[in-house]
Design a protein around this ligand. Structure first.
Ligand SMILES: CC(C)(COP(=O)(O)OP(=O)(O)OC[C@H]1O[C@@H](n2cnc3c(N)ncnc32)[C@H](O)[C@@H]1OP(=O)(O)O)[C@@H](O)C(=O)NCCC(=O)NCCS
Length: 176
């Protein structure tokens, strides 16, 4: 609960929550949301979201969160999510956190495929998943209703074998 002030700073920002399924939250709503997150520290059954804080190493300030849903046990599929305080965007920090939760999903949780589903206007999010090596698989029109409007979604995906070959490619280029 010590992270509440840090969370309020971005959960209350209309720009940060514009394309996510949560409303703009005041302090009390953020407190309730944080209380729920405290129990979301492991995946024990399909449908659950693992929620991890993104913390600045130097100050220990929580500047965002990165999420992984256990979307399907039978298909070993996960779904990625993330949100970052506007003042810390544009530095590669969300990508760093997303890379780590993707690694966790493939290496430690045994996932075969990780997807990301995003509003087609959310270009910062599309750039992030493309930076992770995800492929755009689908464009669904008016697929979900968000904040009183029908929204189009992009579906991105990454297979474990694509992730492994992407990593060995970047390891090779690091050595060049
Ligand atoms: C989606 C979101 C997390 C992306 O944040 P971000 O900081 O732009 O993402 P990244 O961590 O990938 O950073 C990329 C930017 O950092 C820059 N950067 C600087 N150093 C970098 C590094 N070492 N590595 C990667 N990028 C770096 C990139 O050039 C890029 O800048 P640009 O946007 O000017 O091109 C953020 O916009 C957000 O929180 N949005 C609101 C919540 C949301 O919509 N979530 C997604 C729901 S699907």
């Amino acid at each position: 609960m010590d992270d509440l002030d840090d969370l309020v700073a971005f959960h209350s920002d209309p720009e940060v929550v514009r394309y996510v399924p949560w409303p703009v939250r005041d302090r009390e709503q953020t407190r309730v949301a944080l209380e729920a997150k405290l129990t979301q520290d492991r995946l024990t059954e399909e449908g659950q979201w693992l929620v991890l804080a993104i913390e600045l190493r130097e100050t220990k300030t929580v500047i965002g969160e990165v999420l992984l849903k256990w979307a399907s046990a039978a298909d070993q599929t996960g779904e990625l999510g993330y949100a970052l305080h506007a003042g810390h965007q544009g530095k590669g920090l969300a990508s760093e956190a997303a890379q780590e939760i993707v690694r966790l999903g493939f290496e430690e949780l045994g996932l075969h495929r990780i997807v990301a589903i995003l509003d087609d206007r959310n270009t910062a999010s599309a750039q992030l998943v493309e930076r992770l090596g995800m492929r755009r698989e689908a464009h669904h029109l008016q697929a979900w209703r968000l904040k009183d409007e029908w929204c189009n979604e992009f579906v991105y995906a990454l297979l474990k074998n694509e992730w492994i070959s992407g990593r060995s490619g970047s390891a090779a280029s690091d050595q060049d």
